[in-house]
Design a protein around this ligand. Structure first.
Ligand code: ATP
Ligand code: BTN
Length: 318
């Protein structure tokens, strides 16, 4: 068994709940208690809270529903790969795009090098969040790529609503917020252009039940467990998001952003609020008026309503 497969086998046992002695785990896996203890330390480094009680053994601090290839596969007709330990689900699809059908998905339990925009880190502990990427061949070409994070954002908010989870908002161009805290981020990356079509990878990281102990996030954040008023299933969420993305992306290919603008504006976290747009050294202040038909953010400034668009813009509360 490869190193991390041993850790995954231990996690599989622990995810059943209750205490598991080092001895019993060792016997199940054919390794020593000392080896179990070493693997437990490795699992803790993936961001999983495990505690040990003398005479009883190890237990997860929080219940954990692992992602299940079977459960997801049974509910989907489209291709996906579940790779529990990965560098980055976006990078994985970028690297193998030549072998993929449009709409193929990669999901993971843990990313060693999860990333956000402009090379920033996406904190990706094991088992408590979602890391989901989809390869999409956009026939309309690069010019249409800007709309993707908007379309996918709307699809996620609406999929959550259909599961009875309300109140999640959108921050232009690529984030999901709840009560002014970051819940999820979307990252669209290009893997090349073939003829007129653009090869894109769309990735989302969403916090589901992330431990308060995590470090490395320099802004207020939250988890879906804070939003939902009843328990949810990670596997069901994955399925719901993949289906919603497929439907939204197909719709976008046919009709463009048109059908999404109003829906996006309905969920805008900053609608009618004062913000600043940061563009390198330049800053513009104004009141947010939603997005326009091109996906640009509309800002009411002293000069009137202005439209801003481009990958290098960051929106912040004024
Ligand atoms: P903008 O894209 O508008 O500049 P941003 O600050 O959200 O906004 P991004 O590159 O989109 O920047 O996202 C990366 C940032 O997200 C990181 O710098 C960090 O502050 C934050 N972050 C990283 N991991 C998580 C996480 N798991 N949950 C919430 N926020 C996170
Ligand atoms: C952002 O807010 O900047 C976007 C964060 C995107 C994170 C997701 S997690 C799945 C996919 N793989 C990555 O490395 N990044 C995206």
């Amino acid at each position: 068994m490869k190193e991390h497969q041993m850790k995954l086998a231990i996690l599989n046992q622990l995810s059943k709940g209750g205490f598991h002695s080092g001895e019993a785990l060792g016997e199940q896996l054919g390794i020593s208690r000392a080896a179990v203890s070493k693997h437990i330390k490795g699992i803790q480094q993936w961001g999983v809270d495990i505690f040990r009680v003398q005479g009883k053994g190890y237990q997860l601090a929080q219940p954990m529903e692992l992602l299940s290839e079977q459960a997801i596969g049974d509910a989907l007709t489209t291709p996906f790969e579940l790779i529990p330990i990965i560098d980055s689900t976006n990078q994985y699809l970028l690297d193998k795009q030549d072998l993929l059908d449009s709409g193929s998905v990669c999901i993971s339990e843990y990313q060693a090098k999860g990333r956000g925009r402009r090379g920033r880190q996406w904190v990706s502990p094991f088992g408590s969040n979602l890391y989901l990427s989809m390869y999409w061949r956009l026939e309309a070409g690069m010019a249409a790529a800007m709309g993707l994070s908007l379309v996918v954002g709307v699809a996620i908010v609406e999929a959550l609503q259909s599961l009875g989870i309300n109140g999640v908002k959108l921050k232009w161009p690529n984030d999901l917020y709840y009560q002014d805290k970051k819940l999820a981020g979307i990252l669209v990356e290009m893997s090349g252009q073939a003829g007129g079509a653009a090869n894109l990878v769309i990735g989302m990281g969403m916090n589901l039940n992330m431990s308060e102990q995590v470090t490395g996030i320099d802004q207020p954040w939250t988890s879906l467990s804070e939003v939902a008023d009843k328990p949810f299933s990670r596997n069901e969420l994955v399925v719901a998001f993949i289906k919603a993305w497929h439907a939204a992306l197909e719709d976008y290919e046919l009709r463009g952003l048109h059908g999404f603008v109003e829906r996006w504006n309905q969920h805008d976290n900053f609608l009618e609020r004062e913000v600043k747009l940061i563009m390198g050294a330049r800053e513009v202040k104004g009141i947010v008026k939603g997005i326009d038909a091109t996906g640009a953010v509309l800002l009411e400034t002293e000069r009137g309503v202005e439209a801003y668009v481009g990958g290098e813009i960051s929106l912040r509360k004024a």
